[in-house]
Design a protein around this ligand. Structure first.
Ligand code: NAD
Length: 525
C-alpha cells in the first residue's frame, strides 16, 4: 500500500529522559537482558544463509576487557572466496530488488525503524557493552538509527516521484527518473555502530541497490543485531550480506572487486584515502567507474571570542570534547580562545571537566568511560606525551589505566602552538588541545589551518563575528553559540570538507542521490 509519509512531516526520535524512574528501570532491565546474552557465537550471512568459519574473532567490552561481547566467524580467513560469494549473492539479488517499487522498499525501512523503536533500550544496551557508550550516548545512537531509517525511506519516496524537467521544443514526451547503481560495499566505523552502520546500509538499499556489509571488528554484534531486524521485517535474502572480519582483508577485496559498483565508507582519513585510490583503478571485467562516498575524520575546533558568554562556552566545550570520550568525528579536539579571556574560561572548563564521573558505562550516572581498544588507548597516551614534548602544559588529566579497560583521563593540554602535532592530527580520544589567539582574525586562521573541515563552533555575542564565521570558517557543519556535536538527521545534514570527506551530507535531502543514477527518457509523440 502506498504510504503517505513525507520529508516535511519527519520529526526526530525524542531522546529518553533517564531521570524518570520508569525509563531508568527499563534501561537497567535491558542491560541485564543483554548481559545474559553476552559471549554468543555469530555467523556470516550470505544470501540469507548463516555460514560459520573455522577461525573466529572476539568482540570485547572496552570498559571491562575480559568480558567477551560476541564471538564471530572471521571472513578474513578465506576473504577471497567469501567476498566473491557475497558479491555474487548481492549481484543475483539485485536483479529482483531493483524491480521492487521504491514505496515497497521504503516500507522495509519504516518497519525496521518500528522494530528498533519498540525495543530501543535493548539496542542501546548492546552499544553500552560493545562500544563503551554511556546511557545517553547509546540512546542518542539508537534514536539516530531510527531517524535515518524514517528519513531515507521518505527521501526515497520523494526521489521516486515526478522530477521536474523543462518543456521540450519537440513533439515528444519526456521523463527523468532515478535508478539504482548495483552492488555496493558498505564499510562503516565502530563509533556510531547502529546509526551510521544502518544508515549507510539502508540508504543504499532503499535506492534499489544490494550490498555487502563489512562491519567494524570493534562493533560486529550491534551490526548482527541489525541483521536480525532485517530478517524480522522480511527483507529478501541477498539484499544485505553480512561479512565480518577481524582485519582488513574483506574490506580490501570488496573495494578491489570489479563487480562492486560503489563503496560507501565512513572512517579514518588514512583508510578513506587508501580506498579512494584503490577504487579508482579499473580492473579486468569492470564496466564502470566506481563511485566512492567517503566520510572521514576531523580536527574540529571551537572558537571562543573575548565577548562570549563564557559559562555557556565552557559547557559547550566540555560536552563537545569529552562526550563519548572524544570519539565522535564531530568532537571538539581544539579550543581556540581569545587570549584576553583565556584564564577565566580555562578555570571554568577545568572545573567542569573534573566533575565528569568516569566509570562503567552500565552505571546510569557515568559521564565518561573507556576508549574503544588498546590501539586507541596507546595512541591517546602517546599523543598526550607528544603534546607535552612539543611544549604543551597539562591542565588536567594526562593519565590513563588499561588494567581492566581502556580508560584515558579527560585531558586538557594548554599552550599548544598552531601547527603542533596534537593541533593537526586526529586523536579520537578525550584529549583537548588549547590554542591562544590574539584576536578573531587569528582564531579563524588557526581554525582553518588543518587539512580537515568537518565541524566547528564559534561563541561570540557579536553578530558581526558570527556573520564572518558563516563566510570564513570552512567546515561542513558550523555551529554558532552551541556545541559542535549532536547533529540531528534532517536538521543538520552531516559531512565535511577537504580531508574530512566527500561532503555526502548524511541525513540530508540529497544524500540518496549518491546511490542512484539519473535516466532521461524521451518518446516521440
Ligand atoms: P577506520 O578507518 O579504522 O575503519 C573504518 C572501517 O574501515 C572499518 O569497518 C574498518 O574495518 C575498515 N577498514 C580498515 N582498513 C580497511 C582497508 N584497508 N580496506 C577496507 N576497509 C578497511 O575508522 P574507525 O576507527 O572505525 O572509525 C573512526 C574514524 O571514523 C575517525 O577518523 C572518525 O573521525 C571517522 N568518522 C567519520 C564520520 C563522518 O561522518 N565524517 C563519522 C564517524 C566516524
Amino acid at each position: 500500500m502506498q504510504t503517505q509519509k513525507s520529508l516535511d512531516e519527519f520529526r526526530n526520535e525524542p531522546f529518553v529522559d533517564f531521570s524518570i524512574l520508569e525509563n531508568a528501570d527499563a534501561m537497567r532491565t535491558a542491560i541485564e537482558q543483554v548481559r545474559s546474552e553476552l559471549g554468543r557465537e555469530y555467523p556470516l550471512i550470505i544470501n540469507g544463509e548463516k555460514i560459520s568459519t573455522g577461525k573466529k574473532f572476539e568482540s570485547i567490552n572496552p570498559a571491562e576487557k575480559t568480558q567477551v561481547v560476541g564471538v564471530f566467524s572471521d571472513a578474513d580467513e578465506d576473504a577471497d572466496n567469501l567476498t566473491a560469494k557475497a558479491i555474487d549473492a548481492a549481484t543475483e539479488a539485485f536483479k529482483l530488488w531493483q524491480q521492487i517499487s521504491p514505496a515497497e522498499r521504503a516500507e522495509y525501512l519504516f518497519k525496521a525503524a518500528a522494530v528498533i523503536r519498540d525495543r530501543k533500550h535493548y539496542f542501546s544496551a548492546w552499544m553500552i557493552f560493545e562500544t563503551g557508550k554511556t546511557w545517553a550516548e547509546a540512546d542518542g545512537d539508537t534514536a539516530e538509527a531510527i531517524d535515518f531509517l524514517e528519513f531515507y525511506g521518505r527521501e526515497m519516496l520523494n526521489w521516486a516521484g515526478h522530477q521536474p524537467i523543462t518543456a521540450s521544443p519537440y513533439p515528444e514526451h519526456n521523463t527523468f527518473e532515478y535508478i539504482p547503481l548495483g552492488v555496493g560495499a558498505i564499510i562503516p566505523p565502530w563509533n556510531f555502530p547502529l546509526a551510521i552502520m544502518s544508515g549507510m546500509t539502508m540508504a543504499a538499499v532503499v535506492c534499489g541497490n544490494t550490498t555487502v556489509l563489512k562491519p567494524s571488528p570493534d562493533a560486529p554484534t550491534i551490526a548482527y543485531k541489525f541483521m536480525e531486524v532485517l530478517e524480522e521485517v522480511g527483507l529478501p535474502a541477498g539484499v544485505v550480506n553480512f561479512l565480518p572480519g577481524a582485519g582488513t582483508a574483506v574490506g580490501e577485496h570488496l573495494v578491489a572487486s570489479p563487480k562492486v559498483r560503489f563503496i560507501s565508507f565512513t572512517g579514518s582519513k588514512t583508510v578513506g584515502l587508501h580506498i579512494y585510490e584503490e577504487a579508482a583503478k579499473t580492473r579486468p571485467g569492470q564496466k564502470w567507474m566506481k563511485r566512492v562516498v567517503a566520510e572521514m575524520g576531523g580536527k574540529d575546533a571551537i572558537i571562543v571570542c573575548d565577548d562570549a558568554d563564557l559559562d555557556s562556552a565552557a559547557t559547550g566545550v566540555v560536552q563537545s570534547a569529552f562526550g563519548f570520550q572524544g570519539q565522535k568525528c564531530s568532537a571538539c579536539s581544539r579550543l581556540i580562545v581569545d587570549e584576553k579571556v583565556h584564564d577565566e574560561l580555562m578555570e571554568k572548563i577545568v572545573k567542569l571537566t573534573n566533575e565528569i564521573k568516569v566509570g562503567l558505562p552500565t552505571e546510569g550516572d557515568t559521564g565518561m568511560t573507556a576508549v574503544i581498544n588498546q590501539k586507541s588507548f596507546d595512541k591517546a597516551t602517546s599523543m598526550i606525551q607528544k603534546g607535552i614534548d612539543e611544549g604543551g602544559k597539562v591542565l588536567t588529566g594526562g593519565g590513563g589505566d588499561s588494567a581492566n579497560g581502556f580508560y584515558v583521563e579527560p585531558t586538557i593540554i594548554d599552550d599548544v602552538a598552531p601547527g603542533a602535532t596534537i593541533e593537526q592530527e586526529e586523536i579520537f580520544a578525550p584529549v583537548l588541545a588549547v590554542i591562544k589567539a590574539k584576536d578573531f582574525d587569528h582564531a579563524l586562521e588557526i581554525a582553518n589551518g588543518t587539512d580537515y573541515g568537518l565541524t566547528g563552533a564559534v561563541y561570540s555575542t557579536t553578530q558581526h563575528n558570527l556573520e564572518r564565521a558563516k563566510r570564513e570558517f570552512h567546515v561542513g557543519n558550523l555551529y554558532l553559540n552551541r556545541k559542535c556535536t549532536g547533529a540531528l538527521v534532517g536538521v543538520h545534514p552531516f559531512g565535511g570538507f577537504n580531508m574530512s570527506g566527500t561532503d555526502s551530507k548524511a541525513g540530508g535531502r540529497e544524500y540518496l542521490l549518491q546511490f542512484m543514477q539519473g535516466k532521461s527518457i524521451a518518446q516521440k509523440n
